[in-house]
Design a protein around this ligand. Structure first.
Ligand SMILES: C[S@@+](CC[C@H](N)C(=O)[O-])C[C@H]1O[C@@H](n2cnc3c(N)ncnc32)[C@H](O)[C@@H]1O
Length: 269
């Protein structure tokens, strides 16, 4: 298993700093902001609502949840104490927002306490999605909402033509950065089996051409991980990066991912 998010507690500080920077880049990109505004705007909560954010990382997406969902209280959990500290610092002046170390399958939160459980690009990294769904059901009040957003990562493309060698960098991303790249295709059945009623599954196209900063960091991290694993040499890592930058500079870069948001309600109102 090479997805480093599945071993986030073992990662050195410099790797966590790089990931945090990449999460901030992604959350601040107009394309992702538009997607978040669209899917989060559909979440309607009662006054005084409590939200549990699973896999909050350094709080990059927490800002968008606070902006668009506007809960009275938000608790973010993540297995990484480094990320939890970063998120805590960012939200130090917001009394309604707090963070705690926890796992999607063992959040440490009270039964039936939350109105919404939300996970943004977390399920593709989970080893035990069934355990995470059972835990989400436990902490939600009856009728509470579950919203899961993630990439259908098997759709990532940077290819400009059939057999484009740059596309093989995406293979490195899939092998080394996502434990479950197909999870969103399986999720409706898993969520239903866990005792939820699925309300919607919405597609969100993410296309980057002129400023593909997040995609460039994704390719760089994936190919570097492939080199670290001994699959390829640093020369090829550098070659992929140079080719991607060349395409950006001459206006030919194309990168796309289909993201999906799933909304469900806990059965047994
Ligand atoms: C791609 S990052 C997304 C972070 C954040 N949701 C965002 O959008 O910026 C995936 C996050 O999932 C967390 N994670 C990994 N395994 C987890 C688990 N078993 N339970 C909860 N979170 C987990 C990682 O530590 C990381 O912060």
């Amino acid at each position: 298993m090479t997805d480093l998010y599945t071993r986030i507690r073992d990662q050195p500080r410099d790797a966590l700093d790089t990931i945090a920077k990449s999460l901030n880049v992604r959350a601040s990109e107009p394309a992702m902001q538009t997607i978040c505004a669209r899917y989060m705007a559909q979440i309607a909560l009662p006054a005084g609502a409590r939200v549990l954010e699973i896999g909050c990382g350094n709080g990059a997406t927490t800002k968008l949840i606070m902006q668009h969902v506007r809960p009275a209280q938000l608790v973010g959990i993540d297995p990484s104490c480094v990320f939890i500290d970063m998120a805590g610092e960012t939200f130090a002046d917001e009394p309604g927002v707090s963070f705690a170390i926890g796992d999607a399958a063992a959040t440490g939160q009270a039964d039936a306490f939350f109105d919404l459980v939300i996970a943004h690009t977390v399920y593709s990294h989970l080893v035990d999605p069934e355990g995470a769904l059972a835990e989400a059901r436990r902490v939600l009040r009856p009728g509470g909402q579950l919203v899961i957003f993630d990439g259908d990562f098997a759709t990532i493309t940077v290819a400009l033509f059939d057999g484009d060698p740059l596309q093989s960098a995406v293979g490195a991303v899939m092998r080394h950065m996502m434990h479950a790249p197909y999870i969103m295709r399986r999720l409706p059945a898993l969520v239903t089996a866990a005792g939820f009623s699925v309300q919607s599954v919405e597609p969100h196209g993410y296309v980057q051409t002129t400023s593909p900063d997040f995609l460039l960091t994704l390719l760089s991290r994936g190919t570097s991980a492939a080199a670290h694993a001994g699959e390829i040499g640093q020369e090829l890592v550098d070659g992929f990066a140079q080719e991607a930058r060349r395409r950006v500079a001459n206006g030919t870069f194309y990168g796309a991912i289909l993201f999906l948001s799933l909304a469900a309600r806990k059965d047994g109102r």
